[in-house]
Every structure is written in structure tokens, then in C-alpha cells.
Design a protein around this ligand. Structure first.
Ligand code: ADP
Ligand code: MN
Ligand code: MN
Ligand code: MN
Ligand code: MN
Length: 356
């Protein structure tokens, strides 16, 4: 187990004076959609991201570069207070760049940032609902009966009480860590499948959405590491009558958020219908296992929309339809999306010209 077994001894060292030095943990996204990180000592806490040095790592060890040209460069794009080391220590989010000055193959942030910049006059806000599933060290669903199954779904969603929810301590620790780091986490809830949970981040404008979701995912992995629990972002972690995991993407533009906004929501949905296939292609691997038309999902092959309909591709919340303005929810994205790809194509589609 990777659980910290010697917390009392460790805390003795965590209290030691750092003598003015600051530890910056550089985080990046690897070739399979996981985060990786390594620590660097700085002489002082930066006041802006521009003050942070570029760094690098061995890309041949992460599948991000060949051995004969293995250096991948880390360019800092954002930084956050470190809830683990605390004090002046920080966590740095970095983009990956190749030696020849091109963005690394898995650096989807670079394109996304360009799209956000091109459409920034529309002030696009996002809110992402990150669902995820807990597994134990032996790859069984966390706290499920050994060799068996819990009772069918029903009592677990937003459940309260022993036997209905698992690992609330881990979820609570992550929630606090996000708030400490300045993540705009808007809530948490237990999901329909036992040991599946959700947190929401947003509303965030433009490129901030991808940055904050990746940082919230990183913090989740770090917290879960201490609890000895594995986090899965697979869209269908378990076959059978168990809900899959998504990353519902809530969206609004400036004009959708004011009276009369429903017209702009309808326009956006019309544009989304025309590019269904292109969107699905970026909405997560193995999403076909989840988008079956069952378990509160729409079919993957056709686009649909509706007010308060959780079986549609896109849902307009009831309160939004009633008031006539607000936002819409794209329910198609899977839990394992790269939020830069999803928010990027979203802006491209709904803020761009109508296709024929
Ligand atoms: P659901 O009912 O689908 O479970 P949640 O409460 O889990 O909804 O998530 C709703 C998300 O919508 C939150 O992340 C919230 O920040 C986001 N949101 C609310 N208003 C807007 C808006 N105007 N534009 C974009 N996102 C929004
Ligand atoms: Mn080395
Ligand atoms: Mn939700
Ligand atoms: Mn949910
Ligand atoms: Mn939702």
C-alpha cells in the first residue's frame, strides 16, 4: 500500500524551515492522459507565471519523445498554492514543447488557447462535471464486496450513511485541497454507481477551464495516493447495469446569459447537431461503451436535445427554459476527455460561422 504509514514522523520534517527556498512542483499531461510531476527548488515565490523558469523532462520515459531526441520542454502557464507542502510552495502547470519549437503531440492546450483568444469577445464560460470511480490497490471497485456486487443502483446517488457511500474522507480532503489551491470547484456529489463520485469546476472562462480541471484532477490523484486508493477516469469502468462516467460540459456565451439568451442557446444547439461526429471524435476514448442510450445517456450515433432530458445529447436545464436565458449542458463528453480538446471544439463550433 502507498498509504502514509508514518505520518507522525513525516510531520517532524514537514515543519523544518525551508530557509527561504520555495518548492515548485511542475505538472504536465503525459501521453495517456495522466498527469506527471517533478519538484524544483526556487529562490523565491514568483509573483507572476513569467518569472517561472522553463524546465524539461525525459520524454522517452513517458512516451512523449524518442530516445534519440528525448528532451521535452516544460513551459509554465499557471501556478497554484500547494496544499500538500503548503507555505510559499507552489504547483506549476506546464505545457509540453519539443526541441524543434513545435508543441508536443499531446499538448492540446496550445491550440485551445488560440481558439479561446480568437473568440474572447463572446466571454465563453464552462462548467465541467468530472465523474470518476474509486478502485482499491488490487483493482477491485473500492469497498465493494470481495468477489461480489453491492445491491442494485438506487440508494447511492447523493447517498448518506454507511453502506450507501464510500470514501467520503478522501472526497472531503480533495474538496479542501482544491479550495486551498484556488480551484473554482463548485460542488461535489456521490454518483449513481457506488464508489463513483463527481466534482464540478466552474464557471471558468476560456482557457482557464482546461487548466483548472487538469489541476483538480492532479490534486485528486495526489490525495487518493495518500489514501491508497486508485482513481479511474474510464467512461465505463464496469460492464453491466452500472452507470458509466462522464464529464458533462456546461456552456454559455455572454449573449446566452442575459434575457433573450434562449435564441442563442437554440442557435448553438443547431450548430452542434451539424458537427455531431466531429465532436464525438474528441469526446473521449471508449465513450462508445458509455453512450448506449441507457443509464442516463443518449445514443452515440444520433444527436438529440431537450429541456430537462437526461437521455439527450444536449440538455437545457428546466430553470433555463423557464427564465429564457442561461446555459446548456452537453452530456456527451466522457470522464476521460482532455478538456482542452472539448472546450476548444465547443468554442470553434458555437462561436464560428454556420456550416452548410
Ligand atoms: P447537473 O444537474 O447536471 O448534475 P451540476 O450542478 O453538477 O449539474 O453542474 C452544473 C455546472 O454548470 C456547474 O459546474 C456550474 O459551474 C456550471 N454552470 C452554471 N452556470 C453556468 C453558466 N452560465 N455557464 C456555464 N456553466 C455554468
Ligand atoms: Mn535523471
Ligand atoms: Mn452533476
Ligand atoms: Mn453526474
Ligand atoms: Mn450534468
Amino acid at each position: 500500500m502507498s498509504v502514509i504509514e508514518n505520518t507522525a514522523v513525516l510531520s517532524k520534517y514537514l515543519d523544518l524551515d525551508q530557509r527561504g527556498k520555495v518548492i515548485a512542483e511542475y505538472v504536465w499531461i503525459d501521453a495517456s492522459g495522466n498527469t506527471r510531476s517533478k519538484g524544483k527548488t526556487l529562490n523565491k515565490r514568483p509573483t507572476s507565471v513569467e518569472e517561472l523558469p522553463e524546465w524539461n523532462f525525459d520524454g522517452s520515459s513517458t512516451g512523449q519523445a524518442p530516445g534519440y531526441d528525448s528532451d521535452v520542454y516544460l513551459r509554465p502557464v499557471n501556478f497554484y498554492p500547494d496544499p500538500f507542502r503548503k507555505g510559499d510552495n507552489i504547483i506549476v502547470l506546464a505545457e509540453c514543447w519539443n526541441n524543434d519549437g513545435t508543441p508536443n503531440k499531446f499538448n492540446h492546450r496550445h491550440e485551445c488557447a488560440k481558439l479561446m483568444e480568437a473568440h474572447k469577445d463572446q466571454e465563453v464560460w464552462f462548467g465541467l462535471e468530472q465523474e470518476y470511480t474509486l478502485f482499491d490497490h488490487d483493482d477491485n471497485v473500492y469497498a465493494w464486496p470481495k468477489g461480489g456486487f453491492p445491491a442494485p443502483q438506487g440508494p447511492y446517488y447523493c447517498g448518506v450513511g454507511c453502506g450507501k457511500v464510500n470514501a467520503r474522507d478522501l472526497i472531503e480532503a480533495h474538496y479542501r485541497a482544491c479550495l486551498y489551491s484556488g480551484i473554482n470547484i463548485s460542488g461535489i456529489n456521490a454518483e449513481v454507481m457506488p464508489s463513483q463520485w463527481e466534482f464540478q469546476v466552474g464557471p471558468c472562462e476560456g482557457i482557464e477551464m482546461g487548466d483548472q480541471l487538469w489541476m483538480a484532477r492532479y490534486l485528486l490523484q495526489r490525495v487518493a495516493e495518500e489514501f491508497g486508493v486508485k482513481i479511474s477516469l474510464h467512461p465505463k469502468p464496469l460492464q453491466g447495469d452500472w452507470n458509466g462516467a462522464g464529464c458533462h460540459t456546461n456552456v454559455s456565451t455572454k449573449s446566452m446569459r442575459v434575457p433573450g439568451g434562449m435564441k442563442y442557446i437554440d442557435d448553438a444547439i443547431e450548430k452542434l447537431a451539424k458537427r455531431h461526429k466531429e465532436h464525438i471524435a474528441l469526446y473521449g476514448t471508449d465513450n462508445d461503451m458509455r453512450l448506449t442510450g441507457r443509464h442516463e445517456t443518449a445514443s452515440m450515433s444520433t444527436f438529440s436535445s431537450g429541456v430537462a432530458n437526461r437521455g439527450a445529447s444536449v440538455r437545457i436545464p428546466r430553470s433555463v427554459a423557464k427564465e429564457g436565458y442561461g446555459y446548456f449542458e452537453d452530456r456527451r463528453p466522457a470522464s476521460n476527455i482532455d478538456p482542452y480538446l472539448v472546450t476548444g471544439i465547443m468554442v470553434e463550433t458555437i462561436c464560428g460561422p454556420v456550416e452548410n
